[in-house]
Design a protein around this ligand. Structure first.
Ligand code: BGC
Length: 261
């Protein structure tokens, strides 16, 4: 409890370019102090990234204590704490027990989940999917495309729908935000070409009730969302790129706080 009233947890988001952490007020999803960002080491091996995670956890000693488990969002599939894929970090993560490694280096209890899953949990709790019922598809547009599926507010973890093959391509290699920049596409061309195709396939496959678009580029949502013609309501994430941190903190507190692990 940072202010004595609300429970606080520590969330850390491992990304391809930065590793970010902040203490999170679990009642509101807001950060209780400024976020700390450290550049992702290159190569982003388990040992190098773990050292940065430990540095961030150590920077918030009042929060990452007993009863305040550390939540970590990871860019890949995470099954029972073990990384089963690794995007934008070193391939040597695959097969690593991420929870054990990060618990060792931080000296704290740790819960690890996919980064898009973490973002969806936060958007459902505090953001754009708050009132949403039925099936919600969360997508994070960044270096790749992360996805998360919520059904009646419950997460279906590790969906990886950013890698659906569309027109012979791994979807994220056509529609991610990084590709827009790389190919010098305008927001409108990106929306009308790449995003339209991607989200049309998603709505045909899943018939969601709501699509939420997150990732850093969601700040510019007014430049691309209006160009999309979909049956499904599609909205910008409200927590923007703080959602991964907040969602990781909430999930960790719920998973570990309740039963001690
Ligand atoms: C990975 C996902 C991850 C997303 C965003 C994708 O390339 O496969 O696991 O959620 O990038 O980081």
């Amino acid at each position: 409890m940072a202010d004595g009233t609300s429970p606080v947890g520590l969330g850390i988001d491992i990304g391809g370019s930065g590793i970010k952490g902040a203490p999170v007020d679990l009642d509101t999803g807001e950060f209780t102090s400024d976020r700390l960002k450290i550049l992702t080491p290159v190569p982003a091996t388990p040992a190098a990234v773990a050292a940065v995670v430990a540095e961030i956890a150590a920077a918030f000693p009042g929060h990452a204590g007993p009863g305040c488990p550390v939540g970590v969002a990871f860019p890949g599939v995470v099954k029972h704490g073990v990384a089963r894929s690794a995007a934008h970090v070193a391939p040597s993560w695959v097969g690593v027990d991420t929870e054990r490694l990060l618990a060792e280096v931080t000296g704290q209890r740790v819960h690890v989940l996919n980064d898009a899953d973490a973002a969806a949990v936060a958007e459902h709790r505090y953001g754009a999917a708050q009132e949403a019922e039925g099936v919600v598809l969360m997508t994070t547009l960044g270096t790749g495309i992360g996805t998360a599926l919520l059904v009646g507010g419950r997460l279906v973890p590790n969906t990886e729908l950013g890698h659906v093959e569309i027109d012979g391509h791994d979807a994220e290699t056509r529609a991610a935000s990084s590709i827009r920049k790389q190919e010098g596409l305008s927001y409108r061309d990106w929306a009308e070409g790449r995003l339209q195709r991607y989200y049309s396939v998603m709505e045909d496959l899943l018939s969601p009730d709501l699509i939420v678009v997150g990732g850093g580029v969601s700040r510019k949502a007014d430049r691309f969302l209006p160009h999309l013609r979909l049956r499904t309501p599609i909205v910008a994430a409200r927590l923007r790129n703080t959602a991964g941190i907040a969602g990781a903190a909430i999930t960790a507190a719920e998973r570990l706080g309740r039963d001690g692990g």
